[in-house]
Design a protein around this ligand. Sequence first.
Ligand code: PMV
Length: 303
Amino acid sequence: MEGFGAGKVILLGEHSVVYGHPALAGPLSYGVTARAVPAKRCQLSLPGTLSRPQRALLTRAFQRVATLCGEPGVKVTLESELPLSMGLGSSGALAVASTRVLLKAAGRDDSPQEVARLALEMEQEFHGTPSGVDHTTSALEKLLLYKRTPGQSTGRLKVLKSPRPLKVLVALVGDRSPTKHTVGALRERQARWPERYTRLFKQIGTLAAEGAKAVEDGDLEALGDAMNVNQGLLAALGLSSPQLEDMVYRLRGLGALGAKLTGAGGDGGAVIGLFLEPEPAVKKLLDDGVRCFSSQLAGPRAL
Ligand code: PMV
């Protein structure tokens, strides 16, 4: 028995989503798979390569969802195709995959909405109070305009239909500090200069709403432009770095309609470029030793 949790990219609106502004996010074709086999008691089997604190955290988070699912008698193993802690929603994907397989094993409702509701328990163990955009996008596997309910890790969402294939190139650069730290440091700046930061968050939220409309209109050029402007505002918020900027400009040079960091940002992490056809750029970057891949987030797929 298997459960899949997709990784995600935020096209527009990371960080400002924490403050109640909309974000545009879509699922990656890569993610985490949880596999369950019958066992005497409900348990998570982890690879020996993990550190003791990592094991303790994962076990605690798993136990929280296992309890809610009625502790079905299965042993669960996890396999991730996603790089961890790089801004691609690996923890949300892990939470969704585990929840999905446990609900299936328990013979319970495993609808995307129910998976999202319970996976939140696991996400909270990892992140405290996230905006909820990661695990929601992962569970629903749809392109979403997501708006957090203040103070909660849930929110209102609109599923978007794209008349055109929405393809991104994802490139990984450097190392990244945990999301918690980046979000916390920004919160301190925001508390010190609230008007300035609130203004920037609001502008990013407007870009996300404009980007959603551009998607529905099939106007990828307008979406790409919103991504470029969003990158400028993320840099203004202190969330970019020379390494991330270099990659943003590289992707634009390779023909991206828009490029920006995605996820929490900081010193390193993931950069996305919106491309009509990303494969030539993927090939060029791989030849140059850059870790990267492409994924279609929404829209009609070639047969
Ligand atoms: O970098 P990630 O995948 O942890 O994404 C974080 C997204 C933020 O908006 C920065 C935080 C949040 O809770 O939405």
